[in-house]
Design a protein. Sequence first.
Length: 302
Amino acid sequence: SHYYLHLFESFWCPSIHVEAVENFQKHFQAKESDVIVASFPKSGTIWLKALTFAIVNHQRFSSLENHPLLTSNPHDLVPFLESVFGGNIQDHQIQLLDSKPDPRLFGTHTPFPYLPESIKESNCKIIYICRNPYDNFVSAWVYFNKIKPESLPAIPMDEAFELYCNGILDYGPWWSHMLGYWKESIAKPNKVLFIKYDDLTEDTNFQVKRIADFFGCSFTEEEEKNGTVENIIQLCSFEKMKDLAVNKSGKVGIAAVDKSKFFRKGETGDWVNHFSPSMIEKLSKIVEEKLQGSGLSFKNCP
Ligand code: A3P
């Protein structure tokens, strides 16, 4: 039953998250020191959660021995607000939030306009990861078939593509999702940092420093020389994270998804192995139509 989508004003909300989105809109009180890692699903959320945690805490956990990312899954260190507020929200959950040490880190897939007012109005910071729709589609399609209940038939790629082109998938349409955060990042660059997965893959070092600058915890020259930045990149790399025992078993979120399912290929451009010429033509038209005039564009895509 958690597979149907509920049209929540103007986005497709997974039915099991509807109550959570309403609850956290109503009850979440942001603090100025909070960090919100936002994304459209299958855009590299787990990678950005790991990097953000490591960067924001780089002075606290300066040694990589005993680093929390070696023993905790990024989704546990940076829980989704949709999970914290899912189900029967109890007072003790809210108290637990208050007792979390600063800075508190949370994740969310909720579109920008539906975030709690307290997040939008306070000086807390939002970091958003955006993936090109070609790779995002392939990742989402493979993932959906991996996590669907056995009782449901696998979704063929052409059907999934049709839905994707119409924006009908969890937290879709993807173009409004991206544009909501993109526009805010332009209007308020100190509040919202917009990161592209492709840029993060291409020059991780540069983007890691950009993230640290955004959070006001820039690396010192000494730290750049002694390998602090490179160590963080290695710690959060696909190869490293995928092989950690803590990311191989256990479940996450109210949908209880296997933690191992968040690691597949971790590449940019895998879409070329899946797209036919007609799919390319169709998606490129949608991208052009939906994003025109916004200034948002994607490298290495048709
Ligand atoms: P692929 O399916 O293309 O491999 P999300 O975390 O939003 O669910 O996104 C999952 C995607 O991010 C998957 O893409 C996954 O492999 C990729 N990913 C996960 N960890 C990563 C890492 N440390 N570095 C780069 N990509 C990563």
